[in-house]
Design a protein around this ligand. Structure first.
Ligand code: NAP
Ligand code: G4F
Length: 322
């Protein structure tokens, strides 16, 4: 039997690295699209490099997308590439729209041209629910994005739905709630907290500055969430799914667990910095993953507290060199 082939954009990111591992375990030939930079930053996929086929490309460049698809001839395309940090989207709003919004259309157009029979996954986000209009959020909850990133993701979501309906593409959109891991970027709040907890414990830092401690998120483990992406593309019909744990926790709870794991007191080391608050905040996200559970048979395996303790342990190991 011939190996199934997958192309992953954003393969150097948190989710890309977990998805690549998962697909390799399933016996796929895994292709990844990577951007050229002055120095290569492939830490998250270093351990897989020999088993991956990488193609240079950028979501801003149609030619490179067509070439990456022609070279990889994928059965499945996972579009994980995006400018994914919400705070930066206020600083670079039009670039965010290009990467995170219009970039999806470019990739769908390239797919229509090169491999319309392939299956397509779009990395949509719970950030689209923003100032929530329903609790918990489900697939039919109306969107009310609160950042240029959220607005761009709404565009990416609906262009995926539109190409499915206009051209009959097998294109699914996963509305994923926050998911984290030891591979999470250092700018996101969970990893910022777990990294600083470890660094303070090891006397490498003295203080951690944070913004809004009351914000609540439905946080899961990235390793669990990439399986849901794959399951969506194994269905006969393309549809959209919410992927979440169904539990919300505050940034403060995350801080308490992380500092407890590191054996530190919050009062001695944490400072609130108003500059880290956002121009418009998403206060409370909580998803209902009933459709993913019932149709895909998906359920998260790692709970919130276990996740944060695991991230602190990983950062202690990373920084302690043990
Ligand atoms: P991430 O770690 O920030 O990774 C983003 C990836 O996109 C990186 O590989 C980055 O490449 C690549 N990229 C950025 N701009 C690009 C461009 N113009 N052309 C090609 N590649 C580009 O993000 P993540 O946490 O893995 O998230 C994966 C996707 O899921 C993103 O679309 C994100 O918006 C979405 N999402 C994430 C979450 C979450 O909680 N993690 C929740 C919902 C949705 P470089 O390495 O070169 O920068
Ligand atoms: O960790 P965050 O930066 O993640 P955010 O904004 O929820 O976005 C992440 O999840 C989305 C899914 O809902 C993805 F689509 C997106 O790509 C990304 O992966 O912030 C979480 C919360 C926010 O309310 C923020 O205001 O933490 C609050 N927060 C408080 N202090 C902070 C900080 N966030 C960051 N990054 N840094 C702080 O110092």
């Amino acid at each position: 039997m011939t190996m199934r082939r997958a192309l992953v954009t954003g393969i150097t990111g948190q989710d890309g690295s977990y998805l690549a591992e998962f697909l390799l375990d399933q016996g796929y030939e895994v292709h990844g699209m990577v951007r050229r930079a002055s120095t290569e930053k492939f830490e998250r996929i270093d351990h897989l490099r020999d088993r991956l086929k990488l193609h240079q490309g950028d979501l801003l460049d149609h030619r490179s997308l067509v070439d990456a698809l022609r070279a990889s001839r994928p059965d499945e395309i996972y579009n994980l590439a995006a400018m994914s940090f919400v705070a930066t989207s206020w600083i670079q709003p039009t670039l965010t729209a290009e990467f995170t919004g219009t970039g999806v259309t470019r990739l769908l157009e390239a797919m229509r041209e090169v491999c319309p029979e392939a299956r397509f996954y779009q990395a949509s986000s719970s950030e689209m629910f923003g100032k929530v209009l329903e609790v918990p959020q489900v697939e039919s909850t109306p969107f009310y994005p609160r950042s240029p990133y959220g607005v761009a993701k709404v565009y990416g979501h609906f262009i995926t739905v539109n190409y499915r309906e206009s051209y009959g593409l097998h294109a699914s959109s996963g509305i994923l709630f926050n998911h984290e891991s030891p591979r999470r970027g250092l700018e996101f709040v969970t990893r910022k907290i777990t990294w600083h907890a470890a660094a303070i414990k090891l006397n490498l830092r003295r203080e951690l500055s944070l913004g809004n401690l009351d914000a609540m998120r439905d946080w899961g483990f990235a390793g669990d969430y990439v399986k849901a992406m794959w399951l969506m593309l194994q269905q006969d019909h393309a549809e959209d799914y919410v992927v979440a744990t169904g539990e919300a926790h505050s940034v403060r709870e995350c801080l308490e667990i992380a500092f407890d794991q590191a054996g530190l007191s919050i009062d001695d080391h944490v400072r609130l910095d108003p500059a880290l608050r956002r121009p418009a905040e998403v206060e409370h996200l909580i998803g209902d993953p009933a459709k993913a559970r019932e149709r895909l048979g998906w359920a998260p395996a790692v709970g919130f507290e276990q996740l944060i303790r695991m991230m602190v342990d990983a950062d202690l190991k990373l920084l302690g060199g043990t």
